[in-house]
Design a protein around this ligand. Structure first.
Ligand code: AMP
Ligand code: DBH
Length: 501
């Protein structure tokens, strides 16, 4: 499930795919920017040369510990420079990081380890080992470094890593991204965001998420010779002092955090004047909130509508105010093909968004059956998003057709949570849908049909926690009903359930 030879040749000829790998990219960056700061955290300050050398030493150590090219390694780390050291070490080995989020628990981690047949799990502390007891673990602080070895390294067309999809099915899907396609996406993003040596990017969201990784994220910042500040958490209390101390120029947030920052900025004594751009994405940023960014934070707003599967849209820094406030941007690449279909499958400017292009995948990893419906025969990805296209080619996100809850940028697959609920002996049937929320945009509500006396809400929460799922997936509300509304063909109508609330 890859690009055809013809398409690959076209993307190379147009200069999108440059035949570069992550490993070589970092070596060249170290040669060009050696002593400049690359990664900054409250405790550490690594130059480009430090990162390059430490990636080499870790690649050698992991190789000696038995990690081979093509192996999958589940990586679950907080925002620390070692996260990126691990990434580049695995890239240089040709082993594939599988990016888990810090919030993931045993249900997710054990699934990733088993499904990808991972040879190792790199985790924040010894307590996490229990999430994947059968997979050898490496713990942060005890990563095996040794003198660098000569490594053949992967090819630019090879898959570099597996990124996570927010998903809409029972089990999370994995997204194979190649060196060529991903490097193109963040280099082009860095250009759109005008990153340069001297820019300082604040990574406040979890570093493993596609947005702070590549839009332009830490990788985009590195590629431009810019520094990245890794915040241990995204709160104003943590981030505002970092912005002042490191003179941060650009930061990326999801909408609920942007609201929190706006409220906190009013009374802050920290100097935020270095901030030039606040990127907001991952979920729709309401126009009223968008209007507040420039007057209250004193910087430009950039809306970002992206997906780990590929396509990323940005409002441009020189777009007019109306466009920045009311749209979610336009695609990175002139060769991002946008197809919008109405409910009857006719081309339109309003409807289901499909896309194909130089950095959008053609299929999930080892998911042939799902791929038959998630992609068209001619290779377009069905995003599941409902959009409107403006005459300027900007997209406005108007809704969603997929079975997903977007809880302030954290994606929850309805079916995944339903399957966990169905494991409860008192639950006969379950349907998890989004309900509107003024702060998060959406929250998750579980409708349940029970056998006999329904369990209490506290019991259900405890049950799901015990199943080992990430806390953000535990429904905010539980409603007990006798029956679900049905569609004309007899399926559960989630649309009607949503409308009940
Ligand atoms: P994922 O496929 O898990 O990476 O999640 C990507 C999805 O997040 C998109 O398909 C959209 O549904 C949603 N999304 C991302 N950014 C935005 C945005 N700025 N506005 C609305 N929805 C967004
Ligand atoms: O929500 C996302 O997945 C997302 C948002 C903004 C993304 O993957 C991205 C930018 O690259």
């Amino acid at each position: 499930m890859h690009w055809s030879d013809d398409e690959a040749a076209r993307y190379r000829a147009k200069g999108y795919w440059r035949g570069e790998t992550f490993g070589r990219m970092l070596r060249e960056l170290a040669e060009a920017h050696g002593p400049r700061p690359a990664l900054i955290s409250p405790e550490a300050r690594w130059t480009f040369r430090d990162l390059d050398e430490r990636a080499d030493r870790l690649a050698a150590g992991l190789g000696a510990a038995g990690i081979r090219p093509g192996d999958r390694v589940v990586v679950q780390l907080p925002n620390v420079p070692e996260f990126h050291q691990v990434c580049f070490a695995l890239f240089r080995l040709g082993a594939l990081p599988v990016f888990a989020l810090p919030a993931h628990r045993s249900a997710e981690i054990s699934y990733f380890c088993e499904f990808t047949e991972a040879t190792a799990y790199i985790c924040p502390d010894a307590g996490h080992r229990a999430f994947a007891p059968k997979t050898p673990a490496f713990v942060l602080g005890e990563l095996p470094e040794q003198d660098p070895a000569d490594l053949p390294g992967p090819d630019p067309g090879d898959v570099a890593f597996l990124q996570l999809s927010g998903g809409s099915t029972g089990l999370p899907k994995l997204i194979p991204r190649t060196h060529d396609d991903y490097i193109y996406s963040f280099r082009a993003s860095a250009e759109i965001c005008r990153l340069r040596p001297g820019s300082v990017y604040l990574c406040a969201l979890p570093a493993a998420h596609n947005f702070p990784m590549s839009s332009p994220g830490v990788f985009g910042a590195l590629s431009a010779g810019a520094a990245s500040v890794l915040a241990p958490d995204p709160s104003p209390g943590t981030c505002f002092p970092l912005i002042e101390r490191e003179r941060v120029t650009i930061a990326a947030l999801v909408p609920p955090l942007a609201l929190l920052w706006l409220d906190a900025a009013a009374g802050t004594t920290y100097d935020l004047s270095s901030l030039e751009v606040l990127q907001v994405g991952g979920a729709k940023f309401g126009q009223e909130a968008a209007k507040r960014v420039r007057p209250e934070l004193g910087c430009l707003l950039q809306q970002v509508f992206g997906m780990a599967e590929g396509l990323v849209n940005y409002t441009r820094l020189d777009d007019d105010e109306e466009t920045v406030l009311s749209t979610q941007g336009r695609p990175i690449s002139p060769d991002d093909e946008i197809r919008i279909l109405d409910d009857d499958g006719r081309e339109s400017d309003h409807g289901h968004l499909l896309t194909r292009g130089p950095y959008t995948i053609r299929g999930y990893w080892r998911a042939d059956e799902h791929n038959r419906t998630a992609f068209t025969d001619d290779g377009f990805y069905r995003t599941g998003d409902i959009v409107r296209r403006t005459p300027s080619g900007h997209l406005i996100v108007e809704g969603r057709a997929k079975d997903q809850i977007n809880r302030g940028g954290e994606k929850i697959a309805g079916e995944e949570v339903e399957n966990h609920l169905l494991a409860h002996p008192a639950v006969h049937d379950a349907s998890v849908v989004a309900v509107p929320d003024p702060y998060l945009g959406e929250r998750a509500c579980a409708y349940l049909i029970c056998r006999g006396e329904p369990p209490t809400r506290a019991e259900l929460r405890a049950f799901l926690r015990e199943r080992g799922i990430a806390a953000f997936k535990i429904p905010d509300r539980f409603e007990f009903v006798d029956a679900f509304p049905q569609t004309a063909v007899g399926k559960v109508s989630k649309r009607h359930l949503r409308e009940r609330t």
